[in-house]
Ligand binder design. Structure first.
Ligand code: NAD
Length: 323
């Protein structure tokens, strides 16, 4: 890709965990021009945005995608593509109060679609989640792109709503839209509220590590760098109107992930504390990425264990930074 076509991209939520990794990936591996719009919530990385502005291929605009004026301000040029990461993303917060989830995840996506209708970009990749499919029992087959949407918490309900809007805008207006649904990401820049960083930070401070319920919930883990590569590939080769699942092929029980991190950090399993389960807690997520592999040739490259070691090292080295 380096030295290839110089595409002009708008990345929403580019100051958050996955968006920021994606921006770094593109700046390092392509010659694309990138504009980020981000409202800079608690989950964003202001220092990184500041540091990146010295790169002539990067532009940052602070703005809320659900606000028409903010969005108009960033639509001052024609984009080859919009990569839409911006979201409220923490399930626990959505259970406390879903207002911001409705605004950003649903209204924000709608506002972007309105701009697509007027030709603001030649395509949009809408980044969604496997949580829209709901939950699986241990015996069930992983979700495919044809599995019904069955969200079980306010966060996943707002993501499913945005997926349906994207689908409808493709069907009704023939807009060039692709949806991706990925499993749980981990890696550098993830906010400390999320599962893996929480374990690392608490272990560093020798604090109790809370595990919801019996800890037997199963999640599929995707290293963020592999996710970024998948999105870059879909940007290049994805077919409009399609949904692509992006999974890590790493199904792990929550309690086993905690134990492995403690082992990497040389900490005692005595730090583990089982706490009452999250309401509406899905038992198992697993997705089938065969379509992405067979149609676009995507291959996962990272090993779960090596990526976990890298992730632990990154969080330990950046402990106390603006996370
Ligand atoms: P994140 O919470 O780390 O980052 C989200 C970013 O969006 C932040 O920088 C935030 O400031 C920005 N933002 C929030 N509201 C905004 C608004 N109204 N206008 C502009 N910017 C706004 O999230 P993440 O983990 O990087 O997730 C990115 C996307 O991937 C989300 O759409 C999420 O649903 C999806 N996803 C994430 C995971 C995961 O494991 N992290 C898994 C599946 C899907």
């Amino acid at each position: 890709m380096k030295g290839g076509r110089s595409l002009n991209l708008l990345v929403t939520g580019g100051a958050g965990f996955i968006g920021l990794n994606f921006v770094h990936y593109l700046l390092e591996n392509t010659s694309y021009q990138i504009t980020v719009i981000d409202s800079m919530t608690y989950a964003s990385h202001p220092d990184e945005m500041q540091a990146l502005t010295s790169n002539p291929r990067f532009r940052f605009k602070k703005g809320n995608i659900a606000d028409k004026n903010d969005l108009n301000a960033v639509m001052d040029q024609q984009y080859e593509a919009i990569i839409h990461f911006a979201a409220e993303s923490h399930v626990d917060n959505s259970i406390q109060n879903a207002d911001d989830f409705i605004q950003t995840n649903i209204v924000g996506t709608y506002e972007l679609l309105q701009h697509l209708k007027t030709g603001a970009a030649n395509k949009m990749i809408h980044v969604s989640t496997d949580e829209v499919y709901g939950t699986l029992t241990p015996a069930q087959q992983p979700f495919t792109e044809l599995s019904p949407l069955s969200p079980n918490n306010p966060y996943s309900a707002t993501k499913a709503s945005s997926d349906l809007l994207v689908r409808a805008y493709h069907e009704t207006f023939n807009l060039p839209l692709v949806t991706t649904r990925c499993s749980n990401n981990f890696g550098p820049f993830q906010n400390k509220e999320k599962f893996i960083p929480t374990i690392i930070y608490r272990a560093l401070l020798n604090q109790k590590i809370p595990i919801y319920g019996d800890g037997q919930q199963i999640r599929d883990w995707l290293f963020v760098e592999d996710h970024c590569k998948a999105i870059a590939l879909i940007l290049e080769k994805g077919t409009s109107g399609e949904v692509y699942n992006i999974g890590g092929g790493n199904e792990r029980k929550n309690v086993d992930v905690v134990k492995r991190i403690l082992e990497i950090m040389g900490k005692s399993e005595k730090l583990i504390e089982f706490v009452s389960d999250r309401i509406g807690h899905d038992r198992r997520y697993a997705i089938d990425s065969t379509k992405l592999q067979s149609e676009l040739g995507w291959k996962q490259t990272a090993s779960f264990d090596q990526s976990l070691v890298k992730t632990v090292e990154w969080h330990v080295n950046n402990f106390g930074a603006s996370l």
